[in-house]
Design a protein around this ligand. Sequence first.
Ligand code: PMP
Ligand code: GLN
Length: 380
Amino acid sequence: MRLTSKLPNLGLTIFSKMTQLANNAGAINLSQGFPDFEADPKLFALVSKYMQQGCNQYAPMQGVPMLRERIADKVQELYRATYDPASEITVTSGATEALFAAITAVVNPGDEVLIFEPAFDAYVPVIELCGGIPIYIQLKFPDYSIDWDEVRDNISAKTKLIILNFPHNPTGAVLADDDVTHLIEILEDTDIVIVSDEVYEHIVFDGYPHLSLASYPELASRSFVISSFGKTYHVTGWKIGYCLARGALSRELQKIHQYLTFASNTPVQHALADFMLEKDVYRNLAAFYQHKRDVFERMLQASRFKPLPCHGTYFQMVDYSSISKESDVDFAQRLTVDYGVAAIPPSVFYHRKNDYKVLRFCFAKKDETLKEAAQRLLEV
Ligand code: PMP
Ligand code: GLN
């Protein structure tokens, strides 16, 4: 049978590839972003309770009502934003589904979509499936800041959407007040929509706040704001996320969600609704991961690797230029096989494969895992 691929240039993601390589080599896996420690047992008990109570059939399409209410309360408290749980919050099967639904809801063939590189891998394939045209803007190495003049220069009558992801995977960059001011000013008097991927919203370091686009009425009215419980509660395998969006944006998103998955896992949604009442869990998450960032960075100081600034997320970018001239892809493979530590080569997040001789390490790991990995990196 002859089949014309809609995504002819795509294979297995770098996350699957590096995890596979790490497993085969018996390496410590600091590549794909997931914790190697368990979530709170209370959460498991809650899921079990709701399963046994019979919450095992389809949830409402938009999500379990109590979970939507809890999300609305949290967003009100943290971002001073009012979202109607009945119509403006959609629970999805991971942030990935929300991203797919949001992009698909607005991008038509020929529409241009601004995205910042390095870019998480779940944006461009969806833009392309919709017939959209990605317009790439590079975050400026090495601080990964946004050149707003370049953004302005790249906006045209065809620009339909801008995708933002802060705290930023893979670089750990976060938004500053100035960035938001520029964004508001540039988008004024346009119909450009925003997808704001904020899955690391609770992981911002050094006392800085997370600037959610939900907080700014001028932006919230044109934004899909997306988050994920996987990151916040150490359960990336549960794949539950959500999307905040106003009026027509929310309606269009729900049409896609309705036929993409219809609804997400029922007992897990009930459990998350209860667990959201334990507010200290997300309030303490930044300090929890800041400690891990600091443990990892401190140990690397004795090595030839040079950590770049990391302001948020659970990823640390590390410069290896004083060690090797190899491409980041080659070096990441050699590091995995010869030294037993797997990382992600960020060139894969650029359409032109920009190679700045850095690697991304995930520090969502037990302290002893980080220490063992650092020991191995000291030998390089
Ligand atoms: N966006 C970013 C930036 C991510 O790092 C991830 C992590 N996997 C996702 C979206 C997807 O989240 P989820 O696992 O909830 O689909
Ligand atoms: N977000 C995770 C990361 O950046 C990976 C998600 C995935 O495997 N698709 O490592």
